[in-house]
Design a protein around this ligand. Structure first.
Ligand SMILES: [Zn+2]
Ligand SMILES: [Zn+2]
Length: 330
């Protein structure tokens, strides 16, 4: 069985690891179909994620099929599944209030626990969700990153004809633009990379994709920050109209906020992290099943796992939408 292995930052290799062991208890063995490359995979690759541990098997956006199940597993052999890559204890005060996304004991696959960029891996069946038959493998690989956006956008009032600005068009920003547009908002998306603007403008009817300087004077009902930089947060808050809201998805370490301006104008600022499982996954699946929702146009490259170097290098250029690794047929 082949797996990707990160000895330490920048030392990524594809290696033969022997077959994954047999599942026990509630575990299932997954044969991986597709794995999406995410910004956090790049952060781990480059040593930029503080809580990452090494050596590590990367990968957390995973779609596969259950090929073996432990005696107490809740998902039968043969089921096509998407993986929940963030564990939760179910016991801490947050989990007990249904906020599994901020569980005190959370571990993140591919960051501080081994991930799933491998032909096979084991996982507890509580962390997998069956995929409906009519959702393609390609669309299914978007469930996890899209659930982040589905969760985030529930924080703000998004209605027909409200104006939205998405700041930063990485994968999450593009998916946010697609969903806000699908929900009837008038969406403007900004990014410094013209290639990203090209991509995001294809994700929904009427999405305006422009360079950041083009919205200098504009304000919006809702701003969705997905750039993950100090500059994106600081520009974002200036773009919120009085009484409006901003939700921050990106993980800028810090930024300077104009407090008096925010107070005088009654701006609301939300943080948001990942999703609640399975609710946000199920909502994400419903949107992805809707033929009028064309978020899969975000997938710009699918490469076999053997071309992992090209996949990571392409992702690092910042010129692509979602890049997917194909684990079948190796
Ligand atoms: Zn991700
Ligand atoms: Zn917990």
């Amino acid at each position: 069985m082949l797996e990707l292995f990160l000895q330490k930052p920048y030392e990524l290799q594809l290696r033969e690891a022997g077959p994954a062991p047999s599942p026990t208890g509630d575990e299932v063995k997954i044969k991986v179909i597709y794995g999406g490359i995410c910004g956090s995979d790049l952060g781990v690759f480059q040593g930029k994620l503080r809580h990452a541990i090494y050596p590590l098997r990367p990968g957390h956006e995973l779609v596969g099929r259950v090929i073996k199940a432990g005696s107490a597993a809740s998902i039968p052999v043969g089921t096509r599944v998407v993986v929940l890559p963030n564990t939760f204890c179910g016991k801490c005060s947050y989990c007990r209030r249904g906020k599994t996304n901020i569980c005190e004991n959370k571990q993140s696959l591919g960051v501080n626990a081994d991930g799933g960029f491998a032909q096979e891996f084991l996982i507890s069946s509580r962390y997998v969700l069956p995929i409906p038959d009519d959702l393609s493998d390609q669309k299914a690989v978007l469930i996890e990153p899209f659930a982040v956006v589905v969760h985030a956008l529930q924080k703000v009032r998004l209605g027909k004809d409200c104006t939205v600005c998405v700041v930063g068009c990485g994968n999450e920003g593009m998916l946010a633009a697609a969903l806000a547009s699908h929900l009837g908002a008038k969406v403007t998306a900004i990014d410094i990379n013209p290639r990203k603007l090209d991509l995001v403008s294809k994700l929904g009817e009427g999405i305006q994709a422009v360079l950041p300087q083009a919205v200098q004077q504009a304000t919006f009902d809702v701003v969705i920050e997905a750039g993950g930089t100090k500059g994106a947060v600081e520009q974002g808050i200036q773009l919120v109209r009085p009484g409006g809201e901003m939700v921050v998805i990106g993980l800028a370490q810090e930024a300077i906020l104009p407090v008096a301006h925010m107070v005088r104008n009654e701006l609301t600022l939300f943080g948001t992290i990942i999703y609640n499982f399975p609710d946000d996954y199920l909502r994400a699946i419903d949107y992805l099943l809707d033929p009028s929702f064309r978020a899969d146009a975000i997938i710009s490259l699918t490469l076999p796992i053997t071309a992992y170097r090209q996949a990571f290098e392409s992702a690092l250029t910042g010129d692509h939408g979602k890049i997917i690794l194909d684990f079948k047929g190796v």
